[in-house]
Design a protein around this ligand. Structure first.
Ligand code: KIV
Ligand code: ZN
Length: 511
């Protein structure tokens, strides 16, 4: 039996589907690039029938990404399969992922279909999907709460219709590891043609068991795991990719199973998802949380100093956590910055490097000690702000305990300068009102957070804002040693995204 397990990443589909995690098409492509660099086996890029934006995102990923299989989701009907096929048409390696619910409660109350109708729809959709690609996955939604006899019948039918991967989702996160593994063993034993397909696990985390269930499934013979970065996803989320990969890597003596993942790209990809979504990673999150490798208790620190293995079962370097000990300064040249960024998995073009280097030099004038974390956040701020219709040129804020705060903001668009003054409930509000007056938009501020990236009173502040414009939620991040400037920059990133999105849709409609 194969000793490799495929990592099927569904951050762009099951992860993106959850509230607060929506991404625009460029952001999806950026995530897909990071996933490909990490060497995931399959990228589920979206659910094309669900919206024109989703179809466009899948098409872009299919066109641009080489290496991983690109999958598109479809319900078990021909219209959905057509949309999925359209999405993955230009992929180097394309998969259509057909699903339908098989549990009694879902069939009766959600689908209002009989088991025979579900069987027929499954077989027909898989047979139809095979006319577009040789790689067809079938998922029995709510599989863990389905009747195993019925599952055997449906899986037998879809394998004969051409399914090559069979997925048994624990859609509502209800299974326990023993139950889930037993179900998979039973299915693998009983379903005719079982040895011809790859069995797959897809677990949700409602009881905090998604990773444990996925690992139990591997022990029961599953050779594909579906998961998301940072465990993002519906409700409590999906199984976390980083936890599964590092469990298999760190405990390979126990599992005897390999993944093809470049583990040194894990941390950066986790941060990218957090930056794009504006949803922070909890500090005590396994593998990628800020505290995952921090040793606070004196006795632990002592042990780690004597020998890291006393309290560290894996090293931060293995998952690509940059070393904060590295201090850069005024005298660090462009080559040094390039090299340190490359060591952290970041490759820049000459032009990008030049822009980041200029920001780095400006930061050295404001901050005594610049760390690689600071430089990485400059990279993000500098490269992730595009498309930038308006840029911040200058601002002035006056605030006191007796008068309302006033802000004057100057923005630049191309060669043109725009200045506006405004008051507000606080200095940040005043800045945002001045920006709104210039750009002619009044989005609603849905969330605002500020944090220090590194220690010290001259630490870089990072502001994250989420603004709502109609149905869309737009995230912006900005960094600066001045928190008001960071706040202004973050807001402008979000506002520029709104402008871009509006222009983009207008040009799609009017050509
Ligand atoms: O959780 C689930 O059942 C799913 C399927 C569509 C695979 O996400
Ligand atoms: Zn799911």
């Amino acid at each position: 039996m194969a000793t490799n397990v495929r990592i099927f990443d569904t951050t762009l589909r099951d992860g993106e589907q959850s509230p607060g995690f929506t991404m625009n098409t460029e952001e999806k492509l950026e995530v897909a690039r990071a996933l490909a660099a990490m060497r995931v086996d399959v990228i589920e890029a979206g659910f094309p029938i669900s919206s024109p934006g989703d179809l466009e995102g899948v098409q872009l990923v299919a066109r641009e990404i080489r290496g991983p299989i690109i999958a598109a989701l479809a319900r078990a009907n021909r219209q959905d399969v057509d949309a999925a096929a359209e999405g993955i048409r230009r992929a180097e390696r394309a998969r259509i992922h057909v699903f339908i619910a098989t549990s009694p409660i879902h069939m009766e109350h959600k689908l209002q279909m009989t088991p025979d109708q579900v069987y027929d729809a499954s077989v027909d959709a898989v047979r139809y999907a095979r006319t577009f690609t040789d790689d067809v996955e079938f998922s029995a939604e709510d599989g863990s709460r389905s009747d195993p006899e019925f599952l055997c019948r449906v899986f037998d039918g879809v394998i004969r219709a051409g399914a090559t991967t069979i997925n048994v989702p624990d859609t509502v996160g209800y299974a326990t590891p023993e139950e889930y593994a037993n179900l998979l063993r039973l299915l693998r034993e009983r379903v005719p043609g079982s040895e011809r397909v790859i069995w797959s696990a897809h677990c949700h985390d409602d009881l905090g068991l998604a990773v444990a269930n996925s690992l139990a499934a591997v022990q029961a013979g599953v050779r594909q795991i579906e998961c998301t970065i940072n465990g993002i996803g519906e409700r409590a989320g999906n199984a976390a990719l980083e936890e599964i990969v590092m469990a298999l890597h760190t405990r390979r003596n126990h599992y005897g199973i390999e993944t093809g993942i470049d583990t040194t790209k894990i941390y950066r990809t986790s941060r990218l998802i957090s930056a794009i979504s504006g949803v922070p990673v909890q500090p005590n999150k396994a593998v990628v949380g800020d505290n995952a490798f921090a040793h606070e208790a004196g006795i632990h620190q002592h042990g780690v100093l004597m020998n890291r293995a006393t309290y560290e079962i894996m090293t931060p370097e293995t998952v690509g956590i940059p070393s904060n000990k590295l201090v850069l300064g005024k005298h660090s040249g462009r080559h040094a910055i390039k090299k340190h960024l490359e060591d952290n998995g970041v490759r820049l073009t000459q032009d990008e490097l030049q822009r980041v280097f200029q920001e780095f030099k400006a930061l050295c004038d404001k901050k005594k000690q610049v760390t690689i974390e600071d430089v990485l956040s400059l990279v993000e701020a500098e490269l992730r702000t595009a498309p930038q219709t308006f840029a911040l040129r200058a601002f002035h804020v006056s605030t006191s305990s007796t008068l309302p705060p006033m802000a004057s903001v100057t923005l630049v668009r191309g060669q043109e300068l725009f200045t506006q003054e405004a008051s507000g409930d606080g200095p940040v509000d005043a800045i945002y009102n001045a920006i709104n007056a210039i750009v002619g938009l009044t989005p609603t501020l849905a969330d605002y957070a500020i944090k220090a990236i590194t220690g010290g009173t001259d630490a870089m502040g990072e502001a994250t804002v989420k603004v709502r414009d109609g149905d869309g939620l737009f995230v912006g991040r900005g960094t600066s040693t001045d928190v008001l400037e960071a706040s202004a920059r973050a807001y402008l990133v979000a506002v520029n995204k709104i402008i871009y999105e509006r222009q983009h849709w207008m040009s799609n409609i009017y050509g």
